[in-house]
Design a protein around this ligand. Structure first.
Ligand code: SAH
Ligand code: TYD
Ligand code: ZN
Length: 414
């Protein structure tokens, strides 16, 4: 799309410097967790949400970077503990780490992106030395109120060195749904290098690129998800920074994720799962343009079907609302142009989001207690990854004739 005589921009991979080919463009998007004060306030920040894949290492990455301070502000409203499913998931994760890794004389675990303490709670209750690192002050305060140690700052090389100097080496550095949010990944790995004990492990879980493509989870693409990891891209990333991918475990949370375990090169024997998953990925074409062309047409079809359905229902006089003011929904609402003209309100259990407007699309966020007063005809389920939990809680909606609108993997009504 460059002008005549102007050479096209070549995007370079943030990790391996390979060529990055642009493959998806969602246009102008707001900061996904920047809920708007209805009484006005500062201007909203917008950027172009465009994605490319590295033709060398398959790392999927965004082409424009939203400054970290615009995303993770002191009042960042996401609270991990709103979901019972995720509370159970992280309690099990913590128990697993306590039993398998944190068994020495005085173990120490650091969590990057500890949010409201959903994972560290179990570690703290077990009396194990720990430190959460998270720049979102309000979320960190919630964790501190539960007796969890948290440092309010961004994890990066400098803060990692300070933690090492103050507390000694970490046996485990854990992180969930955070490493993929961090564009400056080289500083993260240098920080891990500075902080991790010689035989320690760096464990991180993030959404899995293959699941996103296979199930058309296009709304997993938003500002915070700067990278979409594959086994291949993490394997070569670890290698590049002097580490080795020693285990990879597929998880069902958030529509499909992987728990990556990374150790210093040669420190641990890689599990058979790594080789198996690498081999399986070879067949998925994650480094080929055609894969993303297919994904793009699926996304466009979904957008057209969803907007047609909403407009049709609305024109017939039905009342439609949404459920779950997720970060994912920023992409859906802004890409599909869904605003308060189509959807009256979005119901969400997070107090920090209620009373505000969704970023860019400006749909009012209301507490779930108001969902039934009276029930709408249709509810668009933005929090599809919590479908079971939400549909169970809101059983009355269907009993009163209400219907859920789903849009992944395809538009359908349940
Ligand atoms: N681990 C939780 C929270 C994920 S939300 C869960 O899985 O549910 C991402 C969190 O990472 C936010 O709380 C955000 O403030 C934090 N974060 C973002 N960049 C960070 C960085 N560089 N270092 C530490 N935390 C960071
Ligand atoms: P989630 O899908 O976890 O994340 P993301 O913002 O990264 O897309 O967000 C779930 C949202 O749904 C969160 O704002 C809380 C809300 N929620 C409810 O309102 N009720 C519920 O029962 C659950 C589980 C979540
Ligand atoms: Zn690359």
């Amino acid at each position: 799309m460059s002008g005549e005589g102007v050479p096209p921009t070549v995007n370079r991979c943030r990790v391996c410097d390979g060529e990055v080919q642009e493959c998806l463009d969602f246009g102008r998007q707001p900061v996904s967790s920047a809920f708007v004060d209805p009484d006005g306030g500062g201007a909203e920040v917008f950027y172009r949400l465009a994605v490319g894949f590295c033709t060398t290492c398959t790392l999927v990455q965004q082409l424009e970077e939203v400054p970290r301070d615009a995303m993770f502000r002191v009042d960042y409203p996401y609270r991990s503990s709103e979901s019972a499913l995720m509370r159970k998931h992280f309690e099990q994760t913590a128990r697993h780490l306590l039993e398998s890794e944190l068994t020495g004389p005085d173990p120490f675990v650091v969590e990057v992106g500890s949010n409201d303490g959903i994972m560290l709670q179990t570690v703290a209750d077990a009396g194990i030395r720990h430190l959460g690192v998270d720049p979102s002050r309000d979320a960190a305060e919630t964790a501190r109120d539960k007796g969890i140690q948290v440092q309010v700052e961004f994890f990066e090389e400098a803060s990692a060195r300070r933690i090492r100097a103050a507390h000694g080496p970490a046996d485990v550095i854990f992180s969930a749904n955070t490493i993929s949010h961090i564009a400056y990944i080289d500083s993260i790995f240098r920080g891990v290098d500075a902080l991790l004990a010689p035989t320690g492990i760096f464990v991180f879980e993030d959404r899995y690129l293959a699941d996103i493509i296979e199930h058309n989870y296009f709304d997993q693409i938003y500002d915070e998800h700067f990278y979409l990891f594959s086994i291949h891209s993490v394997h070569s990333m670890a290698e590049r920074f002097g580490f080795e991918l020693v285990d990879a475990e597929r998880l069902t949370v958030h529509g499909g994720a992987v728990r990556f375990t990374v150790a210093r090169t040669g420190a641990r024997r890689p599990s058979a799962a790594v080789a198996e998953l690498l081999a399986r990925e070879q067949e998925l074409g994650l480094g080929e343009a055609v894969t993303y062309e297919r994904f793009a047409s699926h996304i466009l079809r979904t957008r057209d079907e969803l907007t047609a359905l909403l407009r049709d229902l609305r024109s017939k006089g039905h009342r439609i609302v949404a459920y779950g003011a997720t970060a994912k929904s920023a992409t859906v609402a802004n890409f599909c142009d869904i605003g308060p003209d189509l959807v009256d309100a979005v119901y969400d259990s997070t107090p920090e989001k209620q009373g505000r407007l969704t970023p860019g699309s400006h749909i009012p966020v209301r507490p779930p207690q108001e969902f039934a007063a009276p029930y709408p005809d249709y509810a668009l389920l933005f929090a599809w990854n919590h479908a079971e939990e939400i549909m169970a809680k809101e059983r009355g909606f269907r009993e009163h004739g209400g219907r859920w609108i789903m849009y992944v993997p395809d538009v359908h009504i349940v």
